[in-house]
Design a protein around this ligand. Structure first.
Ligand SMILES: Cc1cc2nc3c(=O)[nH]c(=O)nc-3n(C[C@H](O)[C@H](O)[C@H](O)COP(=O)(O)OP(=O)(O)OC[C@H]3O[C@@H](n4cnc5c(N)ncnc54)[C@H](O)[C@@H]3O)c2cc1C
Ligand code: SF4
Length: 330
C-alpha cells in the first residue's frame, strides 16, 4: 500500500480549494474506477479528496425544461428516475446496460464520465502504454484490438472510451457543469472527451482541479423516440464492442430529426454527424438508415484485428434506427 492523505470534502468550495495547489491530488466519488487504479498502481495520488458525500444528488427539472443531474447521483438512481425513464429512455437504457447492479449503486454521474479506458495494456503495468507513460509506445497497435477504436485514433493511441452513459448524454446534447478557482463553467459533453492525437495521456478537456457538479440535458424534441443498443461479448457485465445511442423524429414517414452517437469505437463518445445529416428529409426506411451508416463509417480506419467492427457498427445503427422508426421503443 502506498500511503496517501485523505480529506472528506464538506462543500464544493472546500473540494476545489483542497486540490488547488496539489498536482498529486484526485477526487474520489464512488471509487469503482479510481480505487482499482490505485490498487493496480496506475494512479498514485498523494491526496484523495472524497467528494462522494457532497449534496450533489438531485435530479430535477429546471423552469426551462432542462434536466439537471447532480454529479453524485448514483447510476442506479438515475436509471430509475421517473423523469429519465419517461423523457430520456436512451439514457436509462445506457445506464442499465453498464456494469452490474452493485457497481451502479456506487458509480456516480461525474465518475462515470471520467472513468478511464479499459484497454488491457493500459491496465497492465508490464506493457508499454503512451496513455500511462507518454513516449513509451502503444502495445495495442498490432496487438489485441477487439475493444479499440475504429474512428479518430492516432499513431499514439487507439483506445476507446468505455462509458455507456456518456454516449447517451452525447446524443442528448448534454452540458457538463464544473467549478474551478474561477467559478462555475459549462462545456458541451461532445467537447468534454478528447481524441488522443499526440497527447493520449489527456482524456478530457476538463481543467486540472475542476470539480464536476452537474450534467444538464435540454428537453427532448416533440415526438422524439430514443434508445440505446449495446453489442457486447456477454449479455451483462461487459463493456461495449460497439454501441449506438439514437433519437429519431419521424413525420409522415419522413425523418425530420436525427441524433446518433456511437460507443466503443473511439477515444470519445462519437457523435455521428454525417449519418445525422444524411437522414434528414429521407424516408424512414432501412435503405435510408443503411446509407446513413455507410456515410458515417466511410471515415473508419480500423486496426488489424478489429475490421469487423465497421460492418458491425453499421448494422447496429440500422437495427437501432429501425426499432425507433417502427415504434417498438419510445
Ligand atoms: C467490473 C466493472 C465493469 C464495468 N462495466 C461498465 C460498463 O459496462 N459500462 C460502463 O459505462 N461502465 C462500466 N464500468 C465502469 C463504471 O461505470 C465506473 O467505474 C464508474 O461509473 C465510475 O464512477 P465512480 O463514481 O465510482 O468514479 P470514481 O472511481 O470515484 O472516480 C473516477 C474518476 O472520476 C473523478 N471524479 C469523480 N467525481 C468527480 C467530480 N465530481 N469532479 C471531477 N472529477 C471527479 C475521479 O477523480 C476519478 O478520476 C465498470 C466497472 C467495473 C469495475
Ligand atoms: S491504445 Fe492507448 S491506452 Fe492502449 S496501450 Fe495504446 S496508448 Fe495505451
Amino acid at each position: 500500500m502506498i500511503p496517501f492523505e485523505y480529506h472528506r470534502a464538506t462543500s464544493v468550495q472546500d473540494a476545489v480549494t483542497a486540490v488547488a495547489d496539489r498536482t498529486d491530488a484526485v477526487f474520489l466519488a464512488g471509487g469503482t474506477n479510481l480505487v482499482d487504479h490505485m490498487k493496480l498502481g496506475i494512479a498514485e495520488p498523494g491526496l484523495v479528496v472524497d467528494v462522494g458525500h457532497l449534496p450533489l444528488t438531485d435530479v430535477e427539472r429546471l423552469p426551462d425544461g432542462t434536466l439537471l443531474i447532480g454529479a453524485d447521483v448514483r447510476n442506479s438512481d438515475l436509471a430509475a428516475h421517473p423523469l429519465v425513464r419517461s423523457h430520456y429512455p436512451v439514457l436509462a437504457r445506457a445506464l442499465l446496460s453498464a456494469a452490474s447492479g452493485q457497481l451502479r449503486n456506487l458509480a456516480t454521474t461525474a465518475g462515470n464520465l471520467l472513468q478511464r479506458t479499459r484497454c488491457v495494456y493500459f491496465q497492465d503495468l508490464t506493457t508499454p502504454c503512451n496513455k500511462r507513460t507518454p513516449g513509451a509506445g502503444c502495445s495495442a497497435i498490432g496487438g489485441y484490438t477487439r475493444y479499440h477504436a475504429i474512428l479518430g485514433a492516432s499513431e499514439q493511441c487507439i483506445a476507446a472510451h468505455p462509458s455507456d452513459m456518456a454516449v447517451a448524454m452525447a446524443v442528448l446534447d448534454a452540458d457538463v457543469v464544473y467549478v474551478d478557482a474561477d467559478g462555475e463553467h459549462r462545456m458541451p459533453l461532445t467537447d468534454f472527451h478528447r481524441l488522443p492525437g499526440d497527447r493520449p495521456d489527456v482524456d478530457t478537456n476538463l481543467p486540472r482541479g475542476a470539480l464536476i457538479t452537474a450534467v444538464e440535458i435540454p428537453p427532448a424534441p416533440d415526438g422524439a423516440r430514443s434508445t440505446y443498443r449495446k453489442v457486447r461479448d456477454r449479455a451483462s457485465y461487459a463493456f461495449a464492442v460497439t454501441s449506438v445511442a439514437a433519437e429519431l423524429v419521424v413525420d409522415d414517414g419522413t425523418v425530420s430529426g436525427a441524433r446518433i452517437a456511437l460507443g466503443g469505437v473511439a477515444h470519445k463518445p462519437w457523435r455521428a454527424t454525417r449519418a445525422e445529416q444524411a437522414l434528414i428529409g429521407q424516408p424512414a426506411t432501412e435503405a435510408s438508415f443503411r446509407s446513413a451508416a455507410d456515410a458515417e463509417l466511410a471515415q473508419a480506419e480500423p486496426q488489424e484485428g478489429n475490421e469487423f467492427k465497421v460492418e458491425l457498427t453499421k448494422r447496429t445503427i440500422v437495427a437501432t434506427l429501425t426499432t425507433l422508426a417502427e415504434g417498438r421503443q419510445r
